[in-house]
Structures are given as structure tokens and as C-alpha cells.
Ligand binder design. Structure first.
Ligand code: BGC
Length: 793
């Protein structure tokens, strides 16, 4: 894409810099469990969003085209003559603003007119200056907001006009008392001049300041913008104390829209949460500094449609206070809607099985994906809302079934690469915040095995799903640098005592790694145990296994890109790691770290001598039985769990885990009313206790990929689905499954029904240019080309 050459300068509205938050570190939060320093109401320390505008004149002759190009440090909405130029939200998208900033281009031909025109902008803190860090700190990229843009009017006669952001602009504030992504937004409608964006600059507006351009590279918008994607009705509402609780029936990312009368000075307040407590009361499941997730509206006297503009929340329930029954009448839930917001991604996968609970699980997975694909792939849409590398790495195969994630993830990978450190480390989340770099003291690391590996595995997934070789080229240098860091780190290159000797160099135990993150037995209420403790006991095993795995994937990529020598080196290295792993961790019967996930990874990544793998699988099964036939796997092993069991002949155990509905299990969450996938399987404990946790984390939803492959029977063989397998495993408990997947080549459909050998029918629809390898019980594999095919088995 050709990038624009700019002549406009950057301008700042009159403003106060973001108020710094008192120091509060992750160490204080998670180790000392110290309360954050007292904080005051947002009104006292957040500043209003800014209104900015400039008039311009359009000649009285035919206009061929008018185009607006702009961006901001902050998030903006642009208007021409009072009309919003786009329905996109949260522009510019969240990038690693220190390095990369995207500008947007809008066709405004229909909005300009001969004579006087007005270009208006609302500018809010957004991710740039808002309080988005884990600790609730603000100004992660900067503490002052600014914009830059050009509006180009091209006339039919070939002449043109260019209006810029310059000293002619003026700024003021309006109805936005404050707007913060995490805290929420407050609007005082009494302060609104509805005509502000369509009228000439009036007295009282402030001068703007011309400021230096950011050092970040300015690039044209890549990938989809954020939009309102759906609107949900309330399913229920009930009084709770003086407030009203509204249930939308679905955990989402978004915000509410209310249409009602609002008296002058009357304040409506909406707090958002994902669950109710054990007694069915409204329960703020996300706690912490600046995680208010509350919006407020103050009336001016009149009928209003109220919706915040520069915030979003993760929620299913809303606690509405300030409703005045005497004046407004009984609250009618029809007046409130939940607006579902995420990036404008096309859905490309549908799957329905004969089982209602599994279907609900699949819906939950998709809803978690919707909730976590707002501008960047996030861990959760309410707490950190950060682009955690590990989460998307684990989830990407499932994610690419459900949606076309190509451009979205390519854009995100650019952030990952921009954030990469000089020594090759791929930091834990991207865009990286100022606080991420400062938080190393807490864990002693800001990168991890399985997380940083996203730089290898996400492009690999994009290559497989979309056949995009270019993304591999684009990321190759970063992959190599990350791998080099991992190899050196394992070898002890960064240890004070110096490099390790012999085989110890292949064991990655030299730094903090997340290991089996969110290991159920360590995070479900066990005294003295938690995710960090689980990392301590599992990380060397898990990190070493992943090191071999990623070396192999990198070798495949190297080979594909024509770097044969590098590929050979990486394979040889992986073999050394495997040998060292088996020597160090495996005694022929058990692994040192005797946890389910360690066996899963050891088997998934061929870490053990071939002849001894069955014994390891037996031990895995033993552990599962000992755990009441329940899984005990964390982020880095759960996606391989069912496959490993299956491949080692323990199909029945895999089926048991899939159908398990005690805690922890996928169906347990469904039975507990989950409408998304949870961060912690026990977020609602068996006794009903509700945890202050995220109820919208897609990582454990990675089982979706297994369900597509094994229950649905569709698996990729060659990049971009040029060749694929149709191998339904006829998993116990299903009588049918129907799926379709839109690929670049066309739509693949696989549907099977019937129970029992000889009574089943399998229908396959193969797009033009693709071939399906159909392997059904009782017959040899057949390869079929484009068209509809029906098989019996
Ligand atoms: C996030 C995760 C993330 C993890 C890394 C958590 O707080 O919510 O999903 O991957 O930290 O340790």
C-alpha cells in the first residue's frame, strides 16, 4: 500500500496532561497483596475529552471527491458538517504507539458542500493516555493528546484544496466529563452543544498548539476497524436495593445504550459485571485500581439516547442506579440494549453437533473470541485487555476456524515485532505498555516460553490457514532472534555464573517462564498455591519441551523459505534438546514434574524415546483417573491434551474428559451457565462461590480446534486448505455433526449423521482447486476433488 506523504502538522487541544497515578507495582499487587494507594473519584483526576474544529471553504464548483485522512494520539471521532465520517470506533486502533501509528482514510465526498464547512474532532484518552495497565496506571504511551490530519477536496476540474490540522484549529470541551477505556465514561448532557460540529468556531474556544510529530512510523490502516457488531436485548431486569440489575443473557465486550427521558441534573449510573454472586446479586468480578467499568449520564431535561463513545466493558449484567420511578415510570428493560463491539472480522466457521451442551460450549468459545478481538487479540476484555502473546498463540487455530483473522493478526504481529527487545526477547504482551517494561522486577522476566513463541507459531498458523508465505518472510528475522534468545537463555548466557556445561545447556531452567499457567490444581482455591507456584514446579519441563517444539516449527519455516542450513541446525538443536530432556526429566516411568500437562507436552512434542512414550501416556491416564477423570492442564498443554490421549490409544479417556462436567471441565462451565470461556475453570466453584476473575478468556477455548477436527472431522493437510482430511472420529456421544468453513478457495462443508458402523452417512463439499482425503472406518482413504460427495460407513 502506498503511504501518504503529509504536509500537515500535529496539533494539541488546550489540555492538562494526564494526572499521574500514585506508584503501585505488580509486586505490591500480587506478592504483598497490598491495597492500592487511596484513589479519588474519576472526576477529580481525569480530564474531559476534547472537542476540536476548524472551518474551511469549498469552492462553488463540482467536487469529484473529498477524502479525510487522519490519526491521533488518543482515540478520535471525526465529523464533517456535524456528520460522523465513519461508524468505526476507537480509531486509531491499538498499536504499539511509540513505534507504529495507523492513519485512517474516509471518503467524505457526500459530507462537504459549497461554501463554509466544518471539520470537527472529538479526542479522548483511549489506550494512548488512559489508565490501561494491569496496575491501573495511565499515560502508557504519552500524557498529552494530539491529532494530525488532512482533508482533501478534489474538484471535477482537476484542481484541489487541502485542509490541514494547523494553528487555525480551536478546541474546547463538551459533554464528556471523562472518558476512559477501563474506568468508563461520564457525560453531562447539560454541557453539550449539539451543533458544535456543524457551526463555525465561536468565542470561548481555545487556541491549539502545534507540536512535534511523534517518532512512531505512520502507516495506513491495516486490517479491520472496530465497530458495533450486534445489539442485544435485555432478557431480564430486577430491582436490587435502590438499583435495577439488567441481564443481557450473554457475556460480551461492548457497552449499553439506553433510550429514556432524563430530567435536568438526574444522574444515571451503569456498572458492568460478568456474573452474579452465589446469592444471585450483582457482583463486580473485576476489581482493582481504575477498573471501575462504570458509565454515567447526567440529564439536561429531555428524551435521550445514551451511549458512551470512548469506552467498552466486559459484561453480561448491568447495575443501573439513578432511575427515578416517579418521574420515569417503571423501568422497562426494552429501553436498554447491549451493544456488542469488536473488530470488523468476517465469521468463517460454523459447527453444530447433535449435543446441545457441546453446541453451547462452541458458542461460548466464539463469544469469547468476539469479546477478545477488539482491535487486538486480548486475554480478556475487562481486566488487562492486553495482547498477551501466549493466549492467542494457544487459541489461533480455533480462532482461524471461526473468523478470518489474517489481516488482524498480521497487524498485531507488527506490534509484536516492534516491541521485540534488542536481545531478541518477545515481550509478554503487545502492544507493550510502559508498565510492562517496568514490571520485570515482579517476575524477573518480561518474556516467556510459550508466550514469546507466538512470533513463530502465529505466523505459522497464518501460513497454514491462509497460505500466506509473506507473513513468514516478514517475521522470519524476529523469529530467529527470539529463538536465538531462547537458545542462549537455556544455555545460561545471561546467568551471572556464566554459561552452563554439557547437556544442561538444553534445559531451559534459567529464567522465569510461565510453564503450566493457570494449572487447575494450583489455582482453584488451594492454600499457598497459585499460578506463580505452578510455574515454579512445571516451567523447566514445559519450557524445554516447547523449546524443542518451536525449534522444529522454525526449522519447517526455514526450509520453506529456502534457508536449508538454518533448518538443519534447528532440527539438530531440537534433537539435542529432546535427548537432554529425556535424560534429565524422565526415568522411564515418570517425569520429574509429575503433572498431566508435562506428559501431554512431552508426548505432543516427541520428547521421549519412542519405545517409552506409551508408558508416559499410561502415566498421564493414571493421573487423570487419580484426579477423578478430570483434566489438570494449563495454558500450554490443554490444546494437546485430547489429541495426545487419542493418538496413544486412550480415546475413551479423551471422550471422558470432553464429556466430563465436574470441575474442572469444559461442560462444567456450560452447566454453570457460562456464556463464554473462563480464565479459571473454577471461577464459579462447585459450592457456588464466585471468584473475582475473568469470565471471558479464550485460551481454554482452544478445544474448539479439536472438536472441529475430531467431532466435525475436518483437518487441514496443506496450506490454505488446498488439501484437507475428512476423518470424523465418531467421538462417543455424538449422533451427527455439521460444519462449514469458508476458506480462500471456497466453502468446505462436512456433515455426518447416524450412529453405529454401517449406518452413517458423510457428506463432503470440496471447493474448486482443493482435494479432500476422506478416511472412514472400514474403507481405504479416497481422494476426491471439487464437488459434493456422499459416503456411507
Ligand atoms: C492474563 C493471561 C496471561 C497471563 C500471563 C494473566 O493475567 O490474563 O491470560 O497470558 O497473565 O501470565
Amino acid at each position: 500500500m502506498t503511504q501518504r506523504t503529509w504536509t500537515a502538522g500535529w496539533i494539541e487541544p488546550a489540555q492538562e496532561s494526564t494526572t499521574p497515578e500514585p506508584a503501585y507495582s505488580l509486586y505490591e499487587m500480587f506478592v504483598l497483596h497490598a491495597e492500592p494507594p487511596a484513589w479519588t473519584p474519576p472526576e477529580t483526576r481525569l480530564w474531559p475529552a476534547k472537542l476540536m474544529k476548524r472551518g474551511f471553504v469549498v469552492a462553488d464548483k463540482p467536487v469529484r471527491r473529498a477524502t479525510l485522512h487522519m490519526t491521533a494520539r488518543g482515540v478520535y471521532q471525526a465529523y464533517v458538517n456535524g456528520e460522523l465520517v465513519s461508524d468505526a470506533l476507537f480509531a486509531p486502533d491499538y498499536t504499539t504507539y511509540d513505534h507504529l501509528l495507523m492513519y485512517q482514510t474516509y471518503d467524505v465526498s457526500g459530507l462537504v458542500r459549497a461554501g463554509e464547512n466544518v471539520w470537527g474532532v472529538i479526542l479522548a484518552d483511549g489506550w494512548y493516555a488512559g489508565r490501561i495497565s494491569q496496575q491501573g496506571n495511565g499515560a502508557q504511551y504519552g500524557d498529552r493528546l494530539s491529532i494530525m490530519g488532512e482533508l482533501e477536496v478534489e474538484y471535477a476540474d482537476g484542481t484541489s484544496e487541502l485542509v490541514r490540522t494547523d494553528a487555525e484549529w480551536r478546541s474546547t470541551t463538551g459533554k464528556y466529563v471523562y472518558s476512559d477505556i477501563q474506568i468508563g465514561e461520564k457525560q453531562d448532557l447539560r454541557l453539550e452543544d449539539k451543533a458544535w460540529a456543524s457551526t463555525a468556531v465561536a468565542e470561548g474556544w481555545d487556541e491549539v498548539a502545534e507540536v512535534a510529530a511523534p517518532a512512531a512510523e505512520l502507516v495506513a490502516q491495516v486490517g479491520p476497524q472496530v465497530r458495533r457488531r450486534e445489539v442485544l436485548d435485555a432478557v431480564k431486569a430486577w430491582p436490587e436495593g435502590d438499583a435495577i440489575v439488567v441481564d443481557f443473557g450473554q457475556v460480551i465486550a461492548g457497552r449499553c445504550r439506553i433510550e429514556c427521558d432524563l430530567a435536568e441534573g438526574q444522574e444515571l449510573r451503569l456498572e458492568h459485571a460478568e456474573v452474579l454472586d452465589a446469592e444471585g446479586r450483582f457482583f463486580m468480578n473485576i476489581i482493582g485500581r481504575n477498573k471501575d467499568a462504570a458509565d454515567a449520564f447526567v440529564g439536561r431535561g429531555g428524551h435521550e439516547v445514551l451511549e458512551p463513545d470512548f469506552t467498552f466493558h466486559g459484561f453480561r449484567y448491568v447495575r443501573l442506579s439513578g432511575w427515578d420511578e416517579a418521574a420515569q415510570g417503571t423501568f422497562d428493560p426494552a429501553c436498554i440494549k447491549a451493544v456488542v463491539i469488536y473488530s470488523d472480522l468476517r465469521e468463517t466457521g460454523r459447527i453444530r453437533t447433535s449435543d446441545a451442551r457441546v453446541n453451547r460450549l462452541l458458542d461460548n468459545i466464539l463469544w469469547s473470541q468476539r469479546g477478545n478481538m477488539l482491535s487486538i487479540p486480548t486475554d480478556c476484555p475487562q481486566r488487562e485487555r492486553a495482547g498477551w502473546t501466549g493466549d492467542i498463540q494457544v487459541y489461533a487455530p480455533t480462532g482461524c476456524f471461526f473468523m478470518d483473522l489474517h489481516d488482524f493478526l498480521v497487524r498485531w504481529l507488527d506490534q509484536v515485532m516492534a516491541d521485540q527487545l534488542d536481545d531478541g526477547q518477545v515481550v509478554d504482551y503487545s502492544p507493550a505498555t510502559k508498565d510492562l517494561f517496568a514490571s520485570g522486577e515482579f517476575l524477573g522476566a518480561i518474556s516467556s516460553s510459550g508466550w514469546g513463541d507466538a512470533i513463530v507459531l502465529v505466523p505459522w498458523q497464518l501460513y497454514r490457514e491462509y497460505g500466506d508465505r509473506e507473513v513468514l518472510e516478514r517475521c522470519y528475522d524476529s523469529m530467529m532472534r527470539w529463538h536465538d534468545f531462547c537458545v542462549k537463555s537455556a544455555a545460561g548466557a545471561f546467568l551471572e555464573e556464566g554459561e552452563k556445561e554439557g547437556d544442561a545447556r538444553y534445559i531451559w531452567d534459567t529464567k522465569f517462564n510461565y510453564g503450566e499457567w493457570m494449572l487447575p490444581s494450583y489455582v482453584m482455591g488451594n492454600e499457598g498455591a497459585g499460578p506463580i507456584e505452578a510455574a515454579a514446579v512445571t516451567a523447566p519441563t514445559i519450557a524445554t519441551a516447547w523449546l524443542a517444539h518451536v525449534s522444529d516449527v522454525l526449522a519447517d519455516i526455514s526450509e520453506l523459505l529456502g534457508h536449508g542450513d538454518a533448518a538443519a541446525e534447528q532440527r539438530a538443536y531440537a534433537a539435542e534438546v529432546r535427548r537432554a530432556f529425556a535424560d534429565r526429566f524422565w526415568d522411564g516411568k515418570k517425569l520429574d514434574a509429575d503433572f498431566q500437562g508435562c506428559y501431554v507436552d512431552a508426548l505432543a512434542f516427541d520428547m521421549l524415546p519412542e519405545a517409552e512414550r506409551a508408558a508416559a501416556a499410561d502415566r498421564l491416564v493414571e493421573l487423570i483417573h487419580a484426579n477423578g477423570d478430570k483434566l489438570d492442564t494449563g495454558f500450554l498443554s490443554v490444546s494437546y491434551l485430547l489429541d495426545v490421549l487419542w493418538d496413544f490409544g486412550h480415546e475413551d479417556v479423551a471422550e471422558t474428559l470432553l464429556w466430563q462436567d465436574g470441575c474442572p471441565s469444559w461442560l462444567y462451565e456450560v452447566d454453570r451457565g457460562g456464556t463464554t470461556v473462563w480464565e479459571n475453570w473454577g471461577a464459579i466453584a462447585s459450592d457456588g462461590t464466585v471468584g473475582a476473575l475473568s469470565f471471558n478468556h479464550y485460551a481454554f477455548g482452544c478445544v474448539g480446534d479439536w472438536i472441529v477436527r475430531k467431532v466435525g472431522g475436518l483437518a487441514l493437510r496443506e496450506p490454505a486448505w488446498a488439501e484437507f482430511d475428512v476423518v470424523p472420529a465418531f467421538v462417543r456421544g455424538f449422533e451427527s455433526c455439521e460444519l462449514e468453513h469458508e476458506t480462500a478457495a471456497g466453502t468446505i462443508r462436512v456433515a455426518w449423521s447416524g450412529s453405529g458402523a454401517g449406518a452413517r452417512e458423510v457428506r463432503v463439499s470440496v471447493p474448486e482447486g482443493c482435494r479432500a482425503h476422506v478416511a472412514l472406518p472400514g474403507s481405504d482413504e479416497v481422494v476426491v476433488g471439487a464437488g459434493e460427495h456422499v459416503f456411507a460407513c
